[in-house]
Design a protein around this ligand. Structure first.
Ligand code: FPP
Length: 239
């Protein structure tokens, strides 16, 4: 089943994948088992997104603040990412997935950095769907990094526009997200896509990330299709 019954499909969806820890605890499992289940779920949700007609999926996989978690959990998340690039890259590439990374590469283990770079390079011409992985990502850090690069490039104050600024963000030429979904029952943006989310619709569900399946995704897209987006303007008869 595709997305034909949805009358308006968001082009770019961002997801804050929360609730892995609680999913594991409720099953008497270690937190990492929750992250493993959460990682498995990425494949399902990515496939569902492509079937629904979403063109860009940005997933918040590891924030600049997540380094403060216990070392074992941080190392476990790094290992999961490494293993998943190794195991799934050929299939993702074959299925036409273009992989992008949003975040700082500095601070990540050099071997993992290299894997991320080569995954991005290998898949750069694919066009079925873009999987943008926000890893070692922080919205405020992203804004500061953009300002630093603008200054290094000698951009003059009167030359600066919102459009130019956007291009200096990690997300570069990607359009802003239309819909941001947060699983796990909280109502926070948690430093995710701060600049880009200015006009995004926000959808929160109590469902933990490992349980967020295609039907849950469909519910979020149905809710989005019912919303009226005004971008700060007053409604016009044709809108
Ligand atoms: C929140 O769950 C989730 C994360 C910290 C990151 C999301 C990570 C994945 C889905 C795994 C894929 C990521 C990599 C790096 C391969 P939580 O631990 O905050 O859950 P809780 O709020 O229930 O404790």
């Amino acid at each position: 089943m595709g997305g034909s019954e949805l009358k308006r499909v968001p082009y770019h969806v961002g997801i804050i994948m929360d609730g892995n820890g609680r999913w594991a605890r409720e099953r008497g499992l270690p937190r990492l088992a929750g992250h493993r289940a959460g990682t498995e779920n990425i494949r399902r949700v990515l496939e569902a997104a492509a079937e629904f007609g979403v063109k860009v999926l940005t997933l918040y996989a590891f924030s600049t603040e997540n380094w403060a978690r216990p070392l074992e959990e941080v190392q476990g998340l790094m290992r999961l990412l490494r293993e998943n690039i190794d195991r799934q890259l050929p299939e993702l590439h074959e299925k036409g997935v273009q992989i992008r990374h949003s975040g700082r590469l500095t601070g990540i283990d050099p071997e993992l950095q290299e894997r991320i770079r080569s995954a991005v390079e290998l898949t750069k011409d694919n066009d079925r769907i873009i999987l943008n992985v926000a890893f070692n990502y922080g919205g405020r850090a992203e804004i500061l990094d953009a300002v630093r690069r603008l200054m290094e490039d000698g951009v003059r104050p009167d030359e600066l526009t919102e459009e130019l600024f956007s291009r200096y963000l990690y997300t570069g030429d990607l359009p802003d997200p239309d819909l941001i979904i947060r699983t796990g029952g909280e109502y926070r943006l948690s430093n995710f896509l701060l600049w880009q989310a200015a006009y995004a619709e926000y959808y929160a569900t109590p469902t933990y990330w490992p349980d967020f399946d295609k039907e849950e995704f469909r519910k979020a897209l149905e809710e989005y299709a019912r919303r009226e987006r005004r971008f700060g303007r007053v409604p016009t008869p044709e809108s």
